[in-house]
Design a protein around this ligand. Structure first.
Ligand code: GLP
Length: 259
């Protein structure tokens, strides 16, 4: 795991943007795994800037989002489809049929999940997965206790996640109780993972995920077993890491060939 601590979310987003741009420049038909929540918004702004100002093209890129609420249509302002259209897809040149999000309105949720896994496999697999982290350690919507080998499936949200996400809805009762999410195993199959976290509210869970034991009770901790993960956090989210000064020293003294 490489831990990168920068003063602001914007600086973290700029590092993420550069990594994604390098990937797409070397492999125009790269497959991206994308996330929702407030955390990836600065990254998506940076990708839009790279597209508009530096000509980064997503025209051959395929993407798969981590998750979607069950029962919300893509036009619902709180659906992840709507979020992605607003925050990214509508502002870059990705083809709409190449940008995949689980269908939370599918009649047969189980076969939707199987087809989603199949579509990821048929695309050649995810080259780079963007992740945020829930305050309870979830990645995607893999809540504590999720099997660390799980695949795309239906999950029930915890009370903590419903409370956290209620801010996006008019009323907490409107937050759907169920979702479709890529599994922990699906996420672990990605070639590279970038996990972002910002703000003091994420400091405890970042220290558990990065430095605590690997446990299904903190699903993000499984990333310690992934060979190519960068955890990119601002000072506040990194403030409870025991080895913070070592991580900073490593980052500041990277040999040229590695930087
Ligand atoms: C949701 C998403 C996660 C995201 C999490 C954190 O639960 N399913 O993918 O990481 O929210 O949200 P935020 O970035 O707003 O803190």
């Amino acid at each position: 795991m490489e831990i990168i601590i920068r003063p602001t979310p914007e600086e973290c987003a700029s590092i993420g943007g550069r990594i994604i741009a390098n990937l797409i420049n070397g492999k125009p038909n790269a497959v991206l795994g994308l996330a929702t929540g407030s955390t990836p918004i600065p990254l998506y702004s940076e990708l839009i800037r790279l597209h508009k100002e530096e000509g980064l093209s997503f025209s051959e890129v395929t993407s798969f989002n981590l998750d979607e609420y069950i029962g919300l249509s893509g036009e619902h302002p709180c659906s992840y489809q709507f979020f992605m259209d607003e925050e990214l897809f509508g502002k870059i040149d990705i083809k709409s049929n190449s940008a995949h999000i689980p269908n939370g309105e599918a009649q047969d949720i189980q076969s939707e999940c199987l087809q989603y896994e199949q579509a990821i496999r048929s695309s050649g697999g995810i080259d780079l997965q963007v992740l945020g982290i829930g305050s309870d350690g979830h990645i995607g919507f893999n809540e504590p206790g999720s099997s660390l080998g799980s695949r795309t499936r239906i999950k029930t949200l915890t009370g903590e996640t419903i409370e956290d996400n209620a801010r996006f809805f008019d009323n907490p009762d409107q937050v759907p109780r169920h979702c479709i999410t890529m599994g922990v195993g699906t996420i672990m199959d990605s070639e590279t993972v970038l996990l972002f976290a910002f703000g003091e509210g994420k400091a405890d869970i970042i220290s558990k995920a990065v430095e605590g034991p690997v446990s299904a009770m903190v699903p993000a901790s499984i990333l310690q077993l992934h060979p190519n993960v960068k955890v990119i956090v601002d000072e506040a989210a990194g403030s409870k890491l025991a080895n913070i000064s070592y991580y900073k020293e490593v980052y500041e003294n990277k040999p040229d060939w590695q930087a």
